[in-house]
Design a protein around this ligand. Sequence first.
Ligand SMILES: [Zn+2]
Length: 154
Amino acid sequence: MEEILKTLDEELELLESRVGEKRIILKTKRVSEWAKCPVCGQLTQKVHSWYWKHVADLPAMGKMVILEVQRRLFLCTNPDCSQKRFSEPMEYLNWSGKRTRRLDNLIEKIAANHSAHGLEKILRNDIVDISDDSILRLIKKKESNQHALHDTSE
Ligand SMILES: [Zn+2]
């Protein structure tokens, strides 16, 4: 299952996996002790603090997949830098920080072929525990795409 993680970020290692009836939880952290400051590019291994972040990823073996990722807050050691602290980069996160981008791509594909009600059912049964707000946002996005298509055809 480490492969699932490696395709998101080669630095991720699997610490623990828990396979439940409906979901798989993968506990993970990045191997590297270093991070690069996004402002000045300085490498640092000074960690201010860290927490466990939950991120939904693509389903596997018919179950939802939740990543439990250690996210560290680093301190920039360059005295001239305006950025004192920064979060560990997680480039695979979507805009909300709750799902991976590749999961959002899957959801958008499913949304394109289903009604709002069907979409909600499919997502909640098999793909991801998603909030009402997120579903609403997806549906609105879908509707505005359809209007856009409709408008151009007139
Ligand atoms: Zn810096």
